[in-house]
Write a protein that binds this ligand. Sequence first.
Ligand code: ZN
Length: 215
Amino acid sequence: MHRLIEQFLALLLPDRCAGCGRAGTLLCDRCRASFVAYTGEPIRVADDLTDVGVAFVFEGPLRHALHQLKYRRVRRVARPLGALLATHLRTLPWPLDALAPIPLHRQRLAERGFNQAELLAREVAAISGLPLIVGPLMRVKATRQQALLDTPGRIENVANAFIWNGTPPPARIALVDDVLTTGATVNACARALRIAGTREVYALALARSHRQHSR
Ligand SMILES: [Zn+2]
């Protein structure tokens, strides 16, 4: 039903670029061309993560587009952004069995109505042909917003926030998120998967800021 309403609205409202507002497309060529590949400091890989892959620097039109997706609820932007993330995944030598989005707590999910990481992961799964796991990996602690916390605070905030509740997970999973900051959240998620039996956990994010908090 939701999808029908969305399709109906799409007929009435012309697409606008989520990066710059230009009419006619969800993501224009000029904005795509402005995305800067993430080549910043190598991401320190924590014990529970095998590797981390980030497509772009979190700045400019991409930052704006992700804001449109997450806070302005422009869900359709997940399609072109997810396609870009799938393209980045193809460049990584990861032997994967499945993809899983970083889950939201059900309370946050109810407030927002959707999980932006899941929308991106769905696109990546559709394009890559990898199965998508949604459900068994659960966020059981309603954490405070990571953006408000420093690094030790972030680690503390998400500790034990996730559990795996289902049949044993596949051996090699990539966790998908929109923006990676300190990695505390994805690490906590990886921990839960490792406890459940996943041998290799990877982290795939669309963007990361060049300026990381080293506090
Ligand atoms: Zn644009």
